[in-house]
Design a protein around this ligand. Sequence first.
Ligand code: KIV
Ligand code: NA
Length: 265
Amino acid sequence: PKRVRTRHFHNAKREGIPITGLTSYDMLTAQIFDQAGIDFLLVGDSAGNNVFGYETTLPVTVDELIPLTRAVARAVTRALVVADMPFGSYESGADQALSTAVRFMKEAQAHAVKLEGGVRSHKQIKRIVSAGIPVMGHVGFTPQSEHGLGGHIIQGRGDAAKNLIDDALAVQEAGAFAVVLEMVPGSVAAQVTAALEIPTIGVGAGPSVDGQLLVWTDFAGMTEGRVPRFVRQYANLRQVLTDAVHNFRDDVNSGAYPAPEHNYE
Ligand code: KIV
Ligand code: NA
């Protein structure tokens, strides 16, 4: 299959074809999602929660994400692989941001990077783009600033809609090829989408955006406990695996496994 390029994102918005994205942190899920035709795979710093077992994304390091990104990039033949720049790897300025982006491109063979923030990240995005590295922006609820934002709170409500639009415009002006809108009211996401030439990718931003992104462990029902209200669970993998492992343990205890056909003679 022909690889997805940033040009595909641009054309998709123009032609009204929705863009699909999922997170992935490993080779097996990357293969499955790529073969199913998902347009882009985000190696999110949500790996902090879903791979490394941290309570937030804040502790995740570039050194932790690089091997995961490399595994995903190796596994795909079509999808565009986006490396998420973790907290602390770009805030100091454009130089730091470019060095981090270069590491993801060089050491992990990512196809693009993502970083959080609109107006506040403008100079970082601009510098990375000027080096020939595609950037996906991320505005609205930005998990790396959850302590500053005061928790997992919907962004862009009421008077804050104007700031959100300004942030999205700053991302576009800096040269990003797309922008993630996380947890914003659908009506505001629609306004942002209409105001931008680059595609908007919603995660909890309603239907009037140019694409949809979900965290794979949420969409597939792997996550323990509640998932955010905006998630539709397309499978119940946690239950499937739980049943499988109980059956394995019971079969070993009862002697039902291994059976004669599993035995080398
Ligand atoms: O890390 C992540 O999974 C993300 C998406 C939820 C946007 O940044
Ligand atoms: Na992230």
